[in-house]
Design a binder for this molecule. Structure first.
Ligand code: HEC
Length: 147
């Protein structure tokens, strides 16, 4: 009795079509990185109050994992020429690439430390690691993001 209904077949095939369209359309890197960065901001804003209130920081581990993953591939969201579409990225992102990549690597390290702290359940350590994470965001913004 587990035959798929016509409806579910229709849903499945339209999902397959959507997938093809997305692959052909090549998402704009400026939009993709802004969306990711807003998500990162959301993670920090969620983690900070829980950590400073001495809450259950273990629940924040998935957010920290998303941060590690996102910043690990961060420079790939800045291919050459992607300074269009209202981007606030400064020319230094491309002109001083090693410094930009080092700033991204520092963010990966900070996110990893945040994950370790959250996984330990130590709220005070997590609050401290979240501050350090914020420092890594700001360090990159100072040199590579315009206003
Ligand atoms: C390695 C550099 C780097 C790091 C690390 C970094 N950012 Fe950014 N961020 C940028 C750049 C460059 C832009 C501008 C992107 C653009 O407009 O194309 C930006 C833009 C943003 C924006 C604006 C997005 C929008 O919608 O315009 C937010 C929010 C943001 N960053 C949050 C964060 C947070 C939170 C962190 C740390 C958890 C962080 N960033 C770490 C480089 C960085």
């Amino acid at each position: 009795m587990a035959r798929p209904s016509l409806l579910s077949l229709a849903v499945l095939s339209s999902v397959a079509l959507l997938g093809t369209g997305a692959a052909l359309a090549q998402p704009d890197p400026v939009t993709a990185r802004k969306e990711g960065l807003k998500r990162m901001q959301g993670h920090l804003e969620a983690i900070n109050p829980v950590a400073t209130a001495g809450g259950n920081v273990r629940e924040m581990v998935p957010r920290t994992e998303d941060m590690v993953a996102f910043f690990s591939t961060f420079p790939s969201y800045f291919p050459p020429g992607s300074d269009n579409n209202g981007s606030k990225a400064l020319p230094s992102v491309w002109a001083e690439r090693p410094g930009f990549e080092a700033a991204a690597a520092n963010a990966v390290t900070a996110a990893g430390a945040l994950r370790t702290a959250a996984a330990s359940g130590d709220a005070a350590a997590t609050a401290q690691a979240a501050r350090a994470m914020g420092g890594a965001c700001g360090a990159c913004h100072r040199n590579y993001r315009g206003r």
